[in-house]
Design a binder for this molecule. Structure first.
Ligand code: DGY
Length: 330
């Protein structure tokens, strides 16, 4: 046995991760790696057992990092690094209390997520999945003037809820489609993000009333939990399209279901739901005017490798007490 290796700080990696991330960790010579070597999430009991005495935790958005996990890890834990831009699964308060640092992976996924958001928007507004089904199942009869008509982006108003990196990248990609007006709602004006497009800062109610497309790009926080509910849907145009690629928790799914069934809005496209996976018998999956993807917005090979690599280097920096490439200020 290699006794020298035993002195290295122990880290726990909660999943089989893309190769670029694993390479950085294993070639660093800076840590002893233990890993849940599977594509499926680590069972909670296994996680609680394995974190005992570790110095660093490399996790995904599927692990809830709360007081229980941190207590199970004990005072040795210095750094948590999540392979995600979202960190709503991590209790910041509990980390802060214990002086544990948190790394995350913004920027490297912005383009992939924005691209998928546009794809989902077009699939929803132009009814692509419904149309493919019709072509396959014999619903394609003769050419008809109003059959399979949807809504286009030309001359439209697009409202972004949460104008951060991803929201801005979505707008930049939608602009060439001939969008007439961009609106955004946020906790305050974001001139740094908005001036280039340009986009107008408006209250959420106004965004709802005027938008032909609403795209949700905000983080899930106590303030945004359930923010897209009956009030928002009832203000929206009955021809409007609702898109969410942020977190399922920002949407009240029962209210969304009602809005789609009652024709309050035209259609919805969701890459995120609550819970995930969404049970296959969920009512939203039965609706023709609801397109649901299984949380794949950042799923390009290059992006997932970049996320894995950034999370790995964040973790190593944290272990060494150095500045991380991307760290959540606590
Ligand atoms: C994230 O990183 O938070 C996304 O939801 C998955 O890429």
């Amino acid at each position: 046995p290699n006794t020298a290796g035993k002195q290295l700080p122990r880290i726990y990696v909660t999943r089989r991760i893309p190769p670029d991330g694993m390479k950085i960790l294993s070639q660093s010579g800076l840590c002893n790696i233990e890993q849940w070597d599977s594509d499926e999430p680590v069972p909670r009991s296994e996680l609680l057992e394995k974190v005992a005495g570790i110095r660093g935790l490399y996790c995904l958005l599927t692990e809830k990092i709360d007081a229980e996990v941190l207590d199970a890890a004990g005072p040795s834990l210095q750094v948590v690094s999540t392979m995600s831009v979202g960190y709503d699964h991590v209790s910041l308060e509990e980390l802060k209390k214990r002086g544990i640092r948190l790394g995350y992976t913004p920027d490297v996924l912005t383009e992939a997520v924005a691209e998928l958001t546009v794809a989902l928007l077009l699939a929803t507004s132009r009814r692509l999945l419904e149309a493919v089904d019709e072509a396959k199942n014999g619903g394609w009869g003769t050419w008809k003037p109003l059959w399979m008509c949807g809504y286009g982006l030309t001359d439209s108003t697009v409202g972004i809820l949460g104008l951060g990196r991803i929201g801005a990248a979505v707008m930049a990609r939608l602009k060439p489609f001939g969008v007439k007006r961009f609106l955004y709602a946020d906790t305050g004006p974001r001139p740094d993000m908005a001036t280039k497009i340009p986009a107008e800062f408006v209250p959420l109610e106004e965004l709802a009333r005027h938008s032909d497309f609403i795209v949700v790009c905000c983080a899930l926080t106590p303030e945004t939990q359930g923010i897209c509910g009956n009030r928002l849907f009832s203000l929206m145009k009955d021809t409007a399209i609702f898109i969410n690629t942020s977190r399922g928790g920002v949407v009240n799914q029962e209210d969304l279901y009602q809005a789609l069934v009652n024709g309050q809005i035209a259609a919805a496209g969701l890459d995120v739901t609550e819970p995930e996976p969404l049970p296959t018998d969920h009512p939203l999956l039965k609706l023709k005017n609801c397109v649901i993807l299984p949380h794949i917005a950042s799923a390009t090979v290059a992006t997932r490798n970049a996320m894995a690599a950034l999370a790995a280097s964040n973790l190593l920096a944290g272990l060494q007490g150095k500045a991380m490439g991307k760290e959540v200020p606590l």
